[in-house]
Design a protein around this ligand. Sequence first.
Ligand SMILES: C[S@@+](CC[C@H](N)C(=O)[O-])C[C@H]1O[C@@H](n2cnc3c(N)ncnc32)[C@H](O)[C@@H]1O
Length: 229
Amino acid sequence: MADVLLPDFRMTQPPRPENSTFDSDPPAAWTFFRQWLKNPLAIAALSPSGRQLTRQMIAELPHDARRVIELGGGTGVFTRALLEHGIARKDLLVLELNEALYQHLSVCFADVHVVCGDARELKSIAAAGGFLDGGPVDAVISGLGLLSMSKRMQGEILRAAFDTLKQDGRFVQFTYGPKSPVPKELLAELGLSVRRGGFAWWNVPPASVYVYTRSRSRAVQAVRTEGKG
Ligand SMILES: C[S@@+](CC[C@H](N)C(=O)[O-])C[C@H]1O[C@@H](n2cnc3c(N)ncnc32)[C@H](O)[C@@H]1O
């Protein structure tokens, strides 16, 4: 398992005011860009997501979503929007692999569970931190660059994410590509369905939102099996 760094709540740097927007926040954008220069494949974007894309991602949450996991928090544009949407700090887990971005998130979002770790290890990270004690989550919001990942890695991430999700939970993902970043064969293998959500024209670059859920036949099968147990 990858090393898991827990947030250091003793940090003395004051948190950024919560009403600021990161897409117009030069220091955060600069931190993000520096990390992209060091590792463009893993960061997978030149700058943090814009407001239109952020709104469209949040709009795909189930209407009664209470507990959410965010993958690839970056500088925290989705994190901030999730809190503004009403997700309680204790009910939000943010995973970020890049250590500099993880440090940034930990300082900006005190009391949110921010963890430095790999999305492929999501289930064990969430369980180890006690986040799954409250049961499976309603949604996983992913800012990961799935499109630039191998099919194998995509599969590992989706399996880990659906292991933490409720039966009817949603995995919300954006992509800069023209179609779903997860190929049909992998969706079939994992028993998932996909639908296209919004398209953010004003994002740089423009991006589409996709929502993945368990296919109905599999979900019905699972409920029947659970019912028999
Ligand atoms: C395209 S950026 C998105 C950042 C932010 N969510 C946004 O929309 O502005 C992708 C982020 O995923 C992180 N990341 C990449 N691979 C990861 C992995 N395996 N586990 C967790 N985070 C990862 C990167 O470090 C980066 O911060």
